[in-house]
Ligand binder design. Structure first.
Ligand code: GTR
Length: 453
């Protein structure tokens, strides 16, 4: 519709340009005007795009971050108690209202069904379980299949990592005992016509490092994020979010949850199950995620204090990176490319990020005093590694007020120099990805904050 309108408009413009051309002119004046007009449009579009993406540190404009230790009425937060009872709930509400949307609580009818247990998985090294979480408890309702690995040679209950995966549980290990996910999936990597095939087994194994996790004495629980909501525009129809719409209502209200809210909610539902599993130490569960699922892990950890530790990998915009800092992805570009991820209110800030009543350092602060780890990569400028470090630094005063050692670095550390204080951070070389190096640090961080306490 819009395209036809533009095509017709352009045709009319060309005809008029020819008509206004005087006979004998070598370069018709009408055409000249038209050319200038078209050039201006192209320049305008280019400028708009340029304005959206900046990779030049010297061009980052000055910005002022909201102070996490000042209430919206201007009162200073002077004690840990005041933070916990007054400021934290206020900030949580600001994130719900303006960015991720409000999520419902635990659904009443939810059921858990342990569908398989193999005590001899991975050559006897692990126990593998699959648990079907039926969100509504109804036969046809949406279900999430939680895959769990527990190390066999470690006393139970064991500490765990919990994270959503991008391609179905079968992608995290080539273990043939994992059920292949039958839901909608993006094509490629063993997925054909939006359905996973046998060829997808283990394709993301290097992003999970299962053997290493088990060898270090941790369990792993993971589920396919598309079980909660398939990740495309319109995926809401097959999402848990649809359970909460009134008949005829197509979308949640302007401050209602987006897909990130739904994925984070799914992590809390997985935690509901883990609390019932005697083999799992539910007081030592680290929630972890990469990229959009890194944003999700942070939002899950901010809302649900049952997560003992939070790890975000290359989470970028809408994750650990400051929204006000004009570098890499912006609020406008993320809302344009992925309008279903956040609540509709977030779009109000597309052209005015400084009007946001909060910024992402305060998302990290919501996790305090629990340890949070921010992993970044030097080749992932789109996610703004420095913006993530600066957010960690700006969350530090809250962590210190709550009696922790905060972030143990005043300046951004160089590549391969991880910081392991209560706010952890590293900059790895290479592109946007999760690597063995990243997992090595997550495990060291978890050892320090979940095992040695
Ligand atoms: C990108 C998006 C990022 C990040 C990434 C991912 O396209 O712009 O914010 O979330 O996708 O999730 O892989």
């Amino acid at each position: 519709m819009k395209k036809t309108f533009m095509r017709d408009g352009l045709r009319r413009l060309v005809v008029r340009a020819w008509k206004t051309t005087r006979p004998g002119e070598s370069f018709p004046s009408g055409i000249m005007i038209l050319t200038v007009f078209l050039l201006l449009i192209c320049a305008g579009t280019g400028l708009a795009q340029q304005q959206d993406v900046n990779y030049d540190e010297s061009k980052v404009p000055a910005y002022t971050l909201p102070n996490p230790l000042v209430m919206t009425n201007g009162r200073r937060v002077t004690s840990a108690r005041m933070w916990m009872e007054k400021r934290r709930p206020q900030l949580l509400k600001l994130f719900e209202t303006n960015e991720y949307g409000f999520s419902p609580g635990r659904p009443k009818g939810m059921t858990f069904q342990v569908v398989s247990v193999d005590k001899n998985a991975l050559g006897g090294k692990a126990t593998r379980k699959e648990v079907l979480i039926n969100f509504s408890g109804k036969k046809e309702g949406p279900k999430m299949r939680l895959l769990i690995y527990l190390p066999n040679d470690v006393p139970r209950p064991v500490p765990m990592f919990l994270g959503l995966n991008f391609g179905g549980n079968q992608t995290v290990s080539s273990d043939p005992g994992i059920t292949i996910n039958s839901g909608w999936m993006r094509d490629g990597w063993g997925v054909v016509n939006h359905h996973a095939t046998e060829a997808s087994r283990g394709v993301n194994a290097c992003r999970w490092q299962l053997q290493k996790i088990l060898a270090r004495g941790y369990g792993l629980a993971t589920a396919y994020y598309g079980d909660i909501e398939p990740d495309f525009n319109g995926g809401i129809r097959q999402s848990v979010r649809a359970l909460y719409l009134r008949p005829g209502q197509l979308e949640p209200p302007a401050d209602g949850w987006g897909a990130i809210g739904a994925w984070a909610w799914g992590l809390s539902r997985a935690m509901d199950y883990l609390e019932t599993d005697k083999d799992v130490d539910a007081h030592r569960v680290a929630v972890v995620g990469h990229s959009r699922l890194g944003k999700t892990a942070l939002w899950a950890g901010a809302q649900d204090t049952r997560f003992a530790l939070v790890i975000s990998n290359d989470s970028g915009e809408g994750g650990a990176a400051l929204s006000r800092r004009w570098f890499g992805e912006t609020v406008r570009s993320i809302n344009t490319s992925f309008p279903w991820w956040f609540c509709q209110n977030f779009r109000k800030y597309n052209n005015d990020v400084n009007a946001l009543p909060m910024d992402q350092h305060e998302l990290l602060a919501l996790i305090a005093p629990r340890p949070v780890y921010i992993a970044t990569a030097a080749g992932d400028l789109w996610a703004d590694p420095r913006g993530m470090f600066l957010a960690a630094k700006a969350a530090d005063p809250v962590y210190r007020l709550l009696g922790t050692d905060g972030l143990g670095a005043l300046k951004m550390p160089g590549i391969g120099q991880p910081v392991m204080t209560t706010i952890g951070f590293h900059l790895r070389c290479g592109p946007h990805n999760v690597t063995a190096y990243d997992w090595e640090q997550f495990l060291n961080f978890a050892d320090k904050h979940m095992k040695e306490r």
